[in-house]
Design a binder for this molecule. Structure first.
Ligand code: UDP
Length: 257
């Protein structure tokens, strides 16, 4: 994908501006408010998207930072602000948590994310296919250099992700300095493997059709997890089947609301 500035070809300026406004503007406002309140410790939700098209997987935290779309660019700009803030003022301690692909929901089925409109992300689309809202899963490309040709990602249960935040907060308290760290499982799962795991976990078959690649998608993206383990003493525990079962429980709760 061609990407030289704040937005990529195919993205609207409105969308790019919204990401800049919400993410970068929001972070700048938050930092100013924190300064006023003399609070200088922050756990920031960054994203694996700051690695752009990776040269190699698993992706380590020392991999080059670059982006392929305005969302990624906005997250990287936030990281830059927070990195420079820490360099300029040693009272600031920031954990930049680079999320891979958070999925699932609280096991109670009471807390989750309800996408508006047609979901862009894979897991909520799968749960909507299971619920009969769409006739089949649209698989965006089966000609990637991956295990079965479909895109590979590092799906992580949101409950594991939540525990990663606590571990990061403890790190900041203990070490008195910031960190940039991946939160992922370290395992790559393809689109078709996720659909199969969903069926395994729920007993519901997911029909699919192969479509063209989605613009801007990378073939394979999964985390190196050694820094998280060594520095935060944290590792993801929950299986891909648990992610699917909890995502499905949440989808059913949302439908009953
Ligand atoms: N994907 C797909 N159909 C969908 C949504 C996503 O085939 O309806 C694929 C997508 O091409 C990628 C993977 O599933 O290979 C994960 O996509 P998602 O948008 O959830 O995460 P991201 O690409 O942002 O990491």
């Amino acid at each position: 994908m061609h990407f030289t500035g704040l937005k990529s070809v195919g993205e609207s300026w409105q969308q790019a501006a919204q990401y800049l406004d919400n993410n970068v503007g929001g972070t700048a406002c938050l930092v100013a408010a924190m300064e006023r309140a003399s609070v200088q410790r922050l756990v920031f939700s960054s994203s694996a998207t700051v690695y752009g098209q990776p040269d190699a997987v698993p992706i380590s935290e020392s991999a080059p930072l670059r982006t392929t779309n305005s969302y990624g660019r906005s997250k990287l700009l936030c990281e830059d602000i927070l990195r420079e803030l820490q360099m300029a003022d040693s009272r600031w301690q920031v954990a930049l948590l680079r999320y891979f692909n958070p999925v699932g929901a609280h096991t109670s089925g009471l807390i989750g994310e309800k996408p508006t409109g047609v979901p862009n992300n894979l897991m909520p689309y799968i749960t909507q296919v299971a619920a009969g809202q769409h006739p089949f899963l649209r698989v965006f490309g089966d000609d990637y250099p991956t295990v079965d040709g479909t895109g590979v990602r590092d799906y992580i249960h949101v409950m594991d992700l939540a525990k990663g935040h606590l571990a990061a907060l403890h790190y900041l308290e203990r070490e008195g300095k910031g960190i940039a760290v991946n939160l992922g499982t370290g395992s790559g799962v393809s689109v078709l493997q996720l659909a199969a795991a969903f069926t395994q976990a729920t007993g519901i078959a997911i029909a699919h059709q192969i479509l063209a690649r989605r613009q801007g998608d990378v073939a394979s993206c999964y985390a190196a997890t050694d820094l998280a383990l060594n520095a935060l003493a944290w590792r993801a525990q929950l299986s891909i089947e648990a992610m699917c079962a909890d995502a499905w429980r949440w989808e059913q709760s949302v439908r009953n609301l």
